[in-house]
Design a protein around this ligand. Structure first.
Ligand code: ADP
Ligand code: ASP
Ligand code: MG
Length: 401
């Protein structure tokens, strides 16, 4: 079998952990598999590098950030290759560029455009284990790019897709996908299977166990992901196409996203095109707007509220300040979070949202914004109530049963 294994930050968190990953990879190779291993930087390393850059600048050039941040993954890739060779396994480390990963020029959040798998195939045919530095690629300008935080998952899925691998095993410190973050709700249950769509919702709504873009790509390329722990030999969770049995499940999981902030803009000129202008400028500055609320206008002005990632709030401020003739005032609130209920079964059942709102009311948790889709209900609430809301909803839908 051709297997892609990806090891996240905690799995390669220190030299002992890297040794243990080398043992796991060596075993898979000795079992007769052809193997590509994708690695993250040691846990905490990427944040440390961001901190170094911020010592010099609040707004460092994004291309330089990519050059800097990509180094963390190179360290672990080469150390793992060294450890494997010491065990008698012929292994070779590659950067994103050497692995043929070509991206657009959108530094710090680049999209993979294509993968030239020639080098990987050649080395596989020579019997080598390939260790690829995750999270990075090369732009058409020949500069190093990175794929967004958590992006090593995307590297692994993209390589698995290009190689038509039999499986893409993603190893972290949890042994699969749970009904909610087991660190928040110890009663969370591990799922044996989850559909791409549900996983995509959970991931984009804050369950960082998989990067959402990687799930999106896995669905598109039909890559079978198995989420596993590098700390145990437990079975893991398979992420694949929706199957009949799954439809019966009303709610499959609860997600919490703490990386949320709300922008409120008051007394916005109530004229055609103003919303288009504001949101176009935000998009041009790469600010991802999530929920939007516009109040009905009374005196020829209106109030606009929307949520962004906490990390993008400075960019949002800069953009909104450009509209000083068209707005009265603005304020920002980073002390919010988003809690979401996800399940494909909601497509054919009503009342799930009402149940969630009642549960929040019983705990005296105020809901500040709401958004729904066919398979999710999201609520913006005070950050201090985030964990309580997750536990309450988990209990409401009896996910521990
Ligand atoms: P890695 O560094 O290996 O990429 P991450 O920290 O990105 O690992 O992801 C693993 C973490 O995801 C777990 O420690 C867990 O706290 C968190 N998590 C959030 N939601 C879930 C969920 N529904 N199921 C499992 N883990 C979850
Ligand atoms: N090291 C990068 C990050 O921390 C990428 C990854 O771990 O997937 O975001
Ligand atoms: Mg991760």
């Amino acid at each position: 079998m051709l297997i892609v294994q990806k090891y996240g930050g905690t799995s390669v968190g220190d030299l002992e952990r890297i040794e243990s990953v080398a043992n796991r990879a060596a075993k898979s190779k000795k079992d007769g598999n052809r193997l590509v291993v994708v690695v993250s930087a040691m846990s905490g390393e990427t944040n440390k590098l961001v901190g170094y850059a911020n010592h010099f600048s609040k707004n460092p050039p994004k291309a330089e950030m990519d050059m800097l941040l990509s180094s963390g993954e190179r360290v672990t890739a080469s150390l793992l290759a060294i450890a494997l060779n010491e065990m008698g396994i012929d292994a070779i480390a590659m950067t994103g560029r050497q692995a043929g990963i070509k991206t657009d020029n959108n530094h710090t959040y680049a999209r993979i455009e294509s993968i030239d798998i020639t080098s990987i195939i050649e080395s596989l045919n020579d019997g080598k284990v390939i260790v690829v530095a995750g999270f990075q690629g090369i732009s058409s300008n020949g500069r190093v790019t990175t794929l967004g935080r958590g992006g090593s998952d995307l590297s692994a899925v993209a390589i698995a897709g290009a190689l038509k691998a039999n499986a893409c095993e993603i190893y972290s410190d949890v042994d699969g996908i749970y009904t909610t973050d087991p660190r928040i709700e110890p009663k969370a249950k591990k799922m044996n299977f989850i559909s791409y769509d549900e996983m995509l919702e959970l991931a984009s709504l804050g369950a960082k166990v998989l990067q959402s873009r990687s799930v999106e790509l896995a669905k598109k390329l039909n890559v079978r992901i198995v989420a596993k722990s590098s700390f145990s030999d437990a079975e893991g969770t398979i992420i694949e196409k929706e199957i009949k049995e799954m439809e019966a499940v009303l709610v499959s999981g609860i997600a919490l996203d703490r990386d949320q902030a709300r922008v409120t803009v008051r007394e916005v000129s109530d004229r055609p095109g103003i919303a288009a202008e504001i949101f176009t400028m935000l998009a041009e500055e790469q600010v991802n707007v999530d929920m939007i609320i516009q109040n009905a206008s009374t005196d020829g002005t209106t109030n606009l509220g929307f949520t962004v990632k906490e990390s993008e709030i400075e960019d949002a401020k800069r953009v909104i300040s450009n509209f000083d003739h068209d707005i009265g005032s603005m304020d920002f609130d980073a002390n919010i979070c988003k809690v979401s209920v996800v399940g494909v079964g909601m497509k054919s059942h009503s009342g799930v949202a009402a149940q969630a709102f009642s549960a929040m009311a019983k705990k005296n948790i105020n809901i500040e914004m709401i958004s729904t889709s066919e398979i999710k209900v999201s609520m913006i609430i005070d950050e201090k109530n985030g964990e309580l809301a997750v536990q309450t909803l988990h209990n409401t839908y009896e996910l521990d049963k």
